[in-house]
Write a new protein. Structure first.
Length: 453
């Protein structure tokens, strides 16, 4: 290859859009070679190129390859993507995507030489068409059978998994909140291909995609010192945060009141809508954030409020300030509030093994299938008139809920959340209508913590 000794001007349009990363190295090099007649520029049509070039000409992976392939599929654009190793394997996950893996600039040049030009010798593996990678069949992780006792908390997690609901667990230290939360992902149904692609595309944009995790639900566990930007996304240019990286997966927030207030309040919109909009002075980014939040907290600063094993040493003012770190609007958006009491040691040692995650997951899959067949979405995602259309609430159940909501001082949002939880309980029971018993169980999952005045 020959390079002109004079300088070359390369225009990247539109000019007002910031260009980050080295993804343009390969297309710029090919453009120069085509302009100088060293490769056939006409044959470049129908191809998309992205890749960073090293000084030796080797191609290095770039972020967002899967998102690029997914966007081309969504726009029904049929092109052949030429990408470096690492990026090509990501893009090939999209069904029917035409992806070629190139290891070196010479491999790409050899595929687009003018007719009659001798092709450089190689091992034949430098320019290779890739086939899609099958999804992993199951997610192996910690089993719910490891947790002894805590029947009510396990029931709440089963309901949450079936309906796509968020959960807040409150209890003293060592009661098993973290063990339960870390086993929640094993209760969820397997991901669909579309869900897996959307989740993996976000990970690819953030540079965190791992082929070993393809098809497995993501699980995020940020530390309580995480900032609002780390949690919901931000920066310049905008980057997805933990809530988007947990899209179609689980976000576990341990020690919920210890998170910065700004970070907690930033969760309100994505919990309601399933997406987050990040606006900066010159840029705006929309990221999906349809995650299931599992949060855990102590009931007071010392952690032993209501414990039968150890006395609480907090004053009423300290308890009020601690619980007041969670605002009423945020608590309204958490569907299930459940108490996780400490299990006495004698009961813990004598308790039989609990139900396995596989057994619980089988019921969850059936319940979610009923909801999807009825309304094509989970119960948690129902909005407005959809709630009335698909709830099938019995008259006695409606009267019971109205009485409970009035006595407990619920907002309209809390009432609607309880209704959706009741519909999920009915689906787990295989019932067509939402009865009094389903509503009564849903009501008890909103009484552990009340919104501070």
């Amino acid at each position: 290859m020959r390079y002109a000794t004079s300088s070359s001007t390369v225009n990247l349009a539109p000019a007002d859009l910031p260009k980050d990363s080295g993804r343009f190295d390969l297309p710029i090099a090919l453009g120069i070679l085509a302009a100088s007649g060293q490769i056939d520029g006409g044959r470049l049509a129908g191809h998309e190129f992205a890749g960073e070039l090293s000084l030796s000409g080797e191609l290095r992976p770039v972020r967002g390859a899967l998102a690029t392939s997914l966007a081309l599929q969504a726009q029904q654009i049929t092109v052949q993507l030429v990408l470096p190793p690492g990026s090509a394997e990501e893009a090939a996950l999209v069904p029917e995507a035409q992806v070629v893996r190139a290891r070196h600039l010479l491999d790409v040049v050899g595929a687009f030489l003018p007719p009659g030009t001798p092709v450089p010798e190689g091992d034949g593996e430098g320019f290779t068409r890739l086939q899609p990678t099958p999804m992993l069949a199951s997610q192996h992780g910690p089993d719910m059978a490891d947790v002894k006792g805590q029947a009510m908390a396990k029931r709440a997690l089963e309901i949450a998994a079936a309906g796509g609901h968020s959960v807040l667990m409150a209890g003293p230290p060592g009661s098993g909140k973290s063990m339960l939360a870390l086993r929640f992902a094993g209760l969820l149904p397997p991901m669909t291909v579309q869900e897996a692609l959307e989740s993996a595309a976000i990970s690819s944009l953030a540079g965190r995609f791992s082929p070993e995790r393809w098809g497995l639900r993501p699980t995020g566990q940020p530390h309580h010192t995480a900032s609002a930007v780390a949690l919901v996304g931000g920066g310049s240019p905008p980057r997805p945060g933990e809530i988007s990286l947990a899209h179609h997966g689980v976000l576990f927030l341990d020690e919920l009141p210890e998170f910065p207030r700004a970070a907690l309040e930033a969760l309100r919109e994505p919990l309601e809508t399933g997406h987050i909009t990040i606006a900066r002075a010159a840029q705006r980014a929309d990221y999906p954030a349809r995650f299931q939040m599992v949060a855990a907290m102590n009931p007071c600063p010392c952690g032993f409020l209501g414990s039968t094993q150890r006395a609480c040493r907090c004053t009423p003012d300290q308890i009020a300030r601690y619980q007041g770190k969670l605002s009423g609007p945020l608590l309204d958006r958490i569907d299930l509030h459940v108490e996780v009491p400490a299990v006495p040691s004698e009961q813990l040692l004598k308790a039989p093994p609990g139900e396995t995650s596989a057994a619980i997951r089988a019921r969850v899959v059936q319940a979610r299938a009923r909801a999807l067949a009825r309304q094509d979405k989970t119960n948690q995602a129902l909005q407005g008139q959809e709630i009335d259309a698909h709830l099938h609430l019995e008259d006695a159940a409606a009267k019971f809920l109205n009485t409970a909501a009035a006595r407990l001082g619920w907002s309209a949002r809390s009432t609607h959340r309880a209704l959706k939880v009741a519909r999920t309980i009915a689906d787990l029971a295989g019932a067509e209508a939402t009865a009094v018993g389903h509503v009564a169980e849903a009501v008890q999952y909103r009484r552990v913590l009340r919104a501070p005045a």
